[in-house]
Write a protein that binds this ligand. Structure first.
Ligand code: PHE
Length: 339
């Protein structure tokens, strides 16, 4: 029995030394220490031993068992650590390999400028209003005091859907829609697309963008309009920017003005960008015409207001020194990448 135990020990040790997987290790454990294992069956046979032999063999059997258990444990640890090392080696990352760069999109220059404009006016407490691009003649013209024979109503200038419906030629109809819905105080801007039957060239497009502004309350004056536009011009074109109002005519404002900003390139001295003028026109504005207030059910004896309509393309062209409007619509990545 002694020899049997010793040979189990040697045999098991030999087998363990050659294993490469946890499964093999487990097989060996079962083979020797399992319920039907070799060591177990030797122990079972101990009943047949004499009283002197039994403790000696018993002790030896226990030694062999702990020896095997230790060896199994050590072999297992070694296997686990080998496996871990192998896995780490396999998963090793070379941080010096250049990454795969994902091309990120960016904001269109028109959106950049539009966001800047919104920020300025939201900062002054304005809300954003919206209106439809397919608009009733009533809102686009009639309610804005634009008479039937006004040239803007000509098919040469306006896209008609039918007799009563047009693609809005300006964002001003939103003034009327807002004033119909809401009583003063009103303080809104409305950014949006407008349409005019123009041929495409460096400064014209049949689709472009405006931002309408409208403030109506008690005691609103032209001074408020000028102050507001000054804040706007400085925020967009720089602290030193000045504005200039030239008398003009819009049927829905009285008095009306065209508003210029001092040239963003030369600062007012005259250059190629401002065609030697020193000034660049960017918006139309004025005090809301009493008839327009009346058309919306607001009493012009109690309330007054100012409105303005600003060209987004023109502003973007100024902000970024873009000399051809068409660049804004052609989706040429080489152009768009620059912003
Ligand atoms: N709607 C005018 C235009 O498109 C601009 C404007 C808006 C003028 C509001 C005065 C007041 O030219």
């Amino acid at each position: 029995m002694k020899e049997q135990l010793n040979s189990i020990k040697d045999q098991a040790e030999k087998e363990l030394s050659g294993i490469t997987s946890i499964q093999e290790l487990e097989n060996i454990r079962v083979k020797y220490l399992g319920k039907k294992g070799e060591l177990t069956s030797v122990l079972r046979g101990m009943g047949a031993l004499s009283a002197e032999e039994r403790p000696i063999i018993g002790q030896l059997a226990n030694e062999v068992r702990s020896f095997l258990e230790e060896k199994l444990e050590a072999a297992k640890n070694e296997l686990v650590s080998k496996e871990r090392t192998a896995r780490l080696e396999k998963e090793v990352i070379d941080v010096t390999i250049p990454g795969k760069v994902k091309a990120l999109g960016k904001k269109h220059p028109l959106s950049i400028v539009l966001d800047e404009i919104k920020d300025v006016f939201i900062g002054m407490g304005y809300e954003i209003a919206e209106g439809p691009e397919v608009e009733l003649d009533y809102y686009n013209f009639e309610a804005l005091n634009i008479p039937k024979n006004h040239p803007a109503r000509d098919v040469q200038d306006t896209f008609y859907i039918n007799e009563n419906m047009v693609l809005r030629t300006q964002t001003s109809p939103v003034q009327v829609r807002v004033m119909e819905q809401k009583k003063p105080p009103i303080k809104i801007i409305c950014p949006g697309r407008v349409y005019r039957s123009d041929a495409v060239d460096a400064t014209h497009s049949p689709v472009f963008h405006q931002v309408e502004g409208l403030v109506v309350d008690k005691g609103v004056t032209m001074g408020d309009l000028i102050g507001t536009l000054q804040v706007f011009a400085k925020s967009l074109f720089g602290e030193n920017t000045k504005i200039r109002l030239r008398p003009h005519h819009f049927p829905f404002t009285e008095p009306s003005a065209e508003v210029d900003v001092s040239c963003w390139t030369c600062g007012g001295n005259g250059c190629r960008v401002c065609k030697g003028e020193g000034w660049i026109e960017i918006l139309g504005a004025g005090m809301v015409h009493p008839k327009v207030l009346e058309n919306c059910g607001i009493d012009p004896e109690v309330y007054s207001g100012f409105a303005f309509g600003l060209g987004v393309e023109r502003t973007a062209m100024g902000r970024f020194n873009i000399d051809d409007l068409r660049l804004l619509y052609e989706n040429d990545i080489r152009f768009l990448k620059q912003f």
